[in-house]
Ligand binder design. Structure first.
Ligand SMILES: Cc1cc2nc3c(=O)[nH]c(=O)nc-3n(C[C@H](O)[C@H](O)[C@H](O)COP(=O)(O)O)c2cc1C
Length: 208
């Protein structure tokens, strides 16, 4: 049985990234009669920013955590349970000021946990979230996949870096870009992404 985690994060209710990501989640779920899906809409249901008590508690091994520290980490633990339970993770992110929505950054701050999702070994950092397929759906007003704006893309490049750091290296990118060039350009970009969604759902990938 496949278990899909769908994470959307755009502040825009007419979000292209959320639309495409939802379509992908629904199409993948429809391939199996008993697929499970968990949806996290980070814009509509935002997480708190991490704070001083979180920063301290995340460094304490579970056996030494005080009850207060366990309470502090409870939400993060819940998010991690969802993450580890999923075999397919779909993340939708619009570009906001060259990067990702702050709601998605808050989510990442909750799931990047020493000894849980990454650790440092003699060989350097090691990601601990393994065997999952990730689909990243990114939308943006400009074109950053090529041309002069490429160096200013801190959206999917950042996501690949931080997801890879926690072990999520099997990432397929779906890009909806150039939507700021007008409604026709936006429609073309969404159609192209939807075609990619259909192709993925025809031959769903098995996590590496
Ligand atoms: C507050 C804000 C900041 C934005 N910053 C950028 C940006 O830096 N670069 C860009 O190409 N588009 C930018 N855009 C345009 C969005 O990336 C575009 O609307 C995209 O479709 C958003 O994703 P969504 O459709 O999933 O909401 C911005 C839009 C908003 C509302």
């Amino acid at each position: 049985m496949s278990n899909i985690l769908l994470i959307t994060s755009s502040p825009r209710s007419a979000s292209y990234s959320a639309k495409v990501a939802r379509a992908l989640a629904e199409q993948l779920a429809s391939l199996e009669s008993n697929a499970a899906m968990t949806v996290r809409d980070l814009a509509r249901d935002p997480l708190p920013h991490i704070d001083d008590s979180f920063a301290a508690a995340r460094d304490v091994p579970p056996e030494n955590q005080t009850p207060a520290q366990k309470d502090t980490l409870a939400l993060s633990d819940k998010l991690l349970k969802e993450l580890f339970a999923a075999d397919t993770i779909i993340i939708a992110a619009g570009m906001i000021n060259f990067g990702i929505p702050s709601t998605l950054k808050a989510y990442i701050d909750h799931i990047a946990r020493p000894r849980v999702t990454f650790r440092y070994s003699e060989k350097g950092p090691e990601g601990l979230v393994k065997g999952k397929k990730v689909y990243l759906v990114v939308a943006r007003g400009g074109v950053y996949s090529e041309g002069p704006m490429q160096a200013l893309n801190f959206q999917d490049t950042y996501l690949r870096t931080v997801l890879g750091f926690i072990g999520l290296n099997d990432i397929e990118l779906i890009t909806v870009e150039g939507v700021g060039y007008g409604p026709e350009a936006a429609e073309r970009a969404v159609s192209k992404a939807m075609a990619q969604v259909s192709a993925i759902a025809q031959v769903p990938a098995i996590a590496a």
